[in-house]
Design a protein around this ligand. Structure first.
Ligand code: PEP
Length: 251
């Protein structure tokens, strides 16, 4: 049985002061309540220690939005997996469309980072997804398959339980436009079937596939009720403690 993962991506929002207020608010909302699924927040690096501290006695987990594929050394501006682990971070978002688009991250480079994260016993959230022109041209499955294949060719199936995929159609990120529940389910099923063909059905069944793209309280129920949708990667709505908590309650 796959545990639902509700993950917030704060992107380049919420510096230390704001992040602490937001994280404290989330903890306050859930004080004394249990959450049977998994909740994760990925703040900017500089805010991570503050969020970790706010979450210390709660079930909320923390993750990063990127990481280096190198161990340590002369890589100015980079952050390593061991640094994140020291902060008790367990997840890393990788291959987000904004990193692919604005920072020229390629599938090969992303694959190196995914391997590094898995080898260091952390969990990557590998983002894949097509642009609007790809969907209009009916190329969406090919695009997603190619993005996944580069990574799956290098990852051993023994990592299935730690390997998380986020299907994020680029046209739905930060636009207010969401994939319909059927579009999401179709792609998630396609992704799982493809993983099964590369690994096997048993391991593909263990991989969690999140949906990302303007998920909010108003559409979360329909999206999360799809059989192959195992959670959400949430941008905008994760910056509001009430909205994020509402999505958690729906999950
Ligand atoms: C994201 O950035 O991963 C995302 C899904 O953003 P939003 O929810 O704002 O569309």
């Amino acid at each position: 049985m796959r545990k639902i993962l509700i993950a917030g991506n704060w992107k380049m929002n919420a510096g230390p002061t704001e992040a602490k207020v937001l994280a404290d608010k989330m903890v306050e909302i859930w004080k004394g309540k249990e959450f049977s699924q998994e909740a994760l927040i990925c703040p900017p690096y500089v805010s991570l220690p503050f969020v970790v501290k706010s979450f210390r006695d709660s079930f909320f987990k923390t993750g990063a939005q990127n990481v280096s594929n190198e161990d340590n050394g002369a890589y100015t501006g980079e952050i390593s997996t061991s640094m994140l682990k020291e902060l008790t971070c367990s997840y890393v978002i990788l291959g987000h469309s904004e990193r692919r688009e604005y920072f020229n991250e390629t599938d090969d480079f992303i694959a190196k980072k995914v391997l590094k994260v898995l080898d260091d016993n952390m969990r990557p959230i590998l983002c894949v997804g097509e642009k609007l022109e790809d969907r209009k041209a009916n190329n969406h499955q090919t695009i997603v398959k190619n993005q996944l294949k580069v990574v799956l060719d290098q990852v051993d199936k023994s990592h299935a339980e730690n390997f998380v995929v986020a299907y994020e159609p680029v046209w739905a990120i930060g636009t207010g436009e969401t994939a319909s529940p059927q579009q999401a389910q179709d792609m998630h099923e396609f992704i799982r079937t493809f993983i099964a063909s590369e690994w096997n059905a048993e391991t593909a069944d263990k991989v969690r596939i999140l949906y990302g793209g303007s998920m909010k309280p108003g559409n979360a129920e329909e999206l999360l009720s799809q059989s192959d949708v195992d959670g959400g990667l949430i941008g905008g709505a994760s910056l509001k403690a009430d909205s994020f908590s509402e999505i958690m309650t729906i999950a």
